[in-house]
Ligand binder design. Sequence first.
Ligand SMILES: [Zn+2]
Ligand SMILES: [Zn+2]
Length: 765
Amino acid sequence: MRNRYKPITLISLPFVAFFVLNTLFPLKIDKEYSPIILSQKDEFMHSYLTADDKWRMYTTLEEITPTLKQAILFKEDRFFYYHPGINPISIFRALIYNVFTGRRTSGASTITMQVARMLAPKERTYGNKVVEMFRALQLEWQFSKDEIFQLYLNLVPYGGNIEGVKSAAVLYFNKMPDHLSLAETTTLAIIPNRPNSLRLGRYNGFVQQERNKWLERFRVAGLFNEEAINDAINEPLSAMRTGSPQKAPHLSLRLKNQFPSQILIRSSVDMNIQTKTQAVLQQYIRQIYHRQIKNAVALVVDNATLQVKAYVGSADYHNPEDAGQVDGIRAIRSPGSTLKPFLYGLAIDQGLITPKTKIADVPVNFRGYQPQNYEEKFNGQVTIEYALAHSLNIPAVKVLDQIQPYVFIQELSKAGFAQIEKDKGHLGLSTVLGGCGVSLEELTVLYSAFANGGKKGKLNFLKTDTASFTQNILTKEANYMIAEVLTSVVRPDLPAHWQEAQNLPKVAWKTGTSYGRRDAWSIGFNKKYTVGVWVGNFSGHGVQELTGAGVAAPLLFKIFNAVDQESSKDWFAMPKGVNFRYVCSESGLTQSDFCNQEIIDYYIPGVSDYRNCLHSKFIYVSADSSKSYCQTCLPENGYVKALYPNYAADLLDYFETEKINYVKIPSHDETCERVFVEGAPKITSPVNRLEYLVDKTDSLQIMLSCQAANNVDRVFWYINDRFHESASANENIYFTPKEGEIKISCADDKGRHSDIKIDVKRISF
Ligand SMILES: [Zn+2]
Ligand SMILES: [Zn+2]
């Protein structure tokens, strides 16, 4: 055995060498692609340059049409599917050519070798050619032919900073690669090796000549049918270098940043709705720009999927003067009155109110806080539905005081209001009037819950996202009542010129105006969509005309009409848990014997306030109604028992100061001796000057009781000089204390009173 090496070993030697080298010098593919944002229907919305300032867009396998493949393979590498990455025949041919002509040709490069070069560009030397061949073999080892072809299409240069067929198709033809004609495909097939002399847009005439030359070659080779070739030859070439599309720029940027490793982001945007919303909004701002109202923002959400269908973050992204790049959908601003529906909804769920509950819209003073109405007037007794539809401030603050600000703020935090959650330590009664920070996105999510029976979910931004309603922010019953009020059109925030309009869309909506007229809001919903609109200046500049009703509501209606023309009048069905009842029109409570005006109201059986109406009370008066009596001074005869209105203390105050006529109870019989003999009520609970420690998380109640004179019928309790509740003289009532020093006063029906003070500390036990 002279020869120790068998032929089989010799043959395997190159393979061993390949695997050793393959391990030592692994293939690196680290090309970064331009992120592309697509609409829900895969329309191209936006793309961004790579970090190395290239347009390098990723071509998917589906986008590689047979035409594109045939044209490129025919021109570049006819045996692509048959060689192992290098084509020995063409290498041999090129060598011969080079030896005889003394020139170099690159004709020997297969598509795989070109990919290797594009992955790691090097000088063109024979040595580098060998490296390229090795890399080509590696590519073939690791990838399928289709994958290598895809890599080629992704990296092939088109001059300037354009790489890849898709970048070229988008930037020159404004199309996706699978929508190119044969003429366009051929154009893109011939450019790569001569990107400078065949620069599209600059030398279109020459490019067209070259294109047609290749089309003739295709004809000869029988690649495409005659008719297709003729059409392609006759097709004019009008390619122009354009910028990448920049649709929905605020959302696109947001998604690009949110998904930094994704090359293709398929958004939930409906281009039709996006385009219409943007057009309506831009035209609207053009009309009011001269009034110093320069920006607007709109968000359209599909209620069933919670997918964002349109996202317009400013009037014009490309207007730096008005800070167009700021994403107004996420900006934190004062919500004005837009949180009121949620507050009333919570109060309905707590059984405190129903739509017809009466509440006094009169001046109030909450420990120094004296909210005013927008119109700076008071309306006396109003129903809750009137208060909401007219966006009255005082009733809202009163209801908030009843359910307690911290409860409301907690519910808002749970409903996703991030800034409110952050600021919860120093928010109070003004929260419901806009004394807090919210974004249009958060408000739109809140209203999308109103459109979904009180069920809230996160907004979806991607095509494949489905809705998950994880949270009930209101019961469907309370939600229904609120939605009904918001649907009514008899209200002051229906803009004047829409009142007679035939095309007023059927929507439930609420407007809001922030303090200083810096923000105008209007958020609305029908069964299909929830739309949020904000109008104002990003600079925060306030404008007298900037109101929710005057400026934001018209834009909201225009958007609804534009995006939901076929909206059926199909509306929300009343949930089974809602019922009707007759109530006294004076109070909204179930009728007592003396009530004579009834109206119909919604209520939730088992939840809504079931107390009987106390709008009147019986008083003993003299026959001529000149004086009233108590049990003590009641004469044996000559008196009558008469009904008198039972007004709340703050309403009486209002009647007095406004000099409004009302039915007064005759003054008490001055001969009544008990008044002067007995003293003022003595408060027996709580104890004067005592410190009360209350668990922070507990809404502990403190009992109020007193010893009143025998002739006293009713006593009146005041907390910090504010009327709290009236009670019979020996009745125990309760209140939930706030932190700090609290003054408690008790007055009797003879006008005598006494005060005590307690100190309440809320601590964590
Ligand atoms: Zn009544
Ligand atoms: Zn008396």
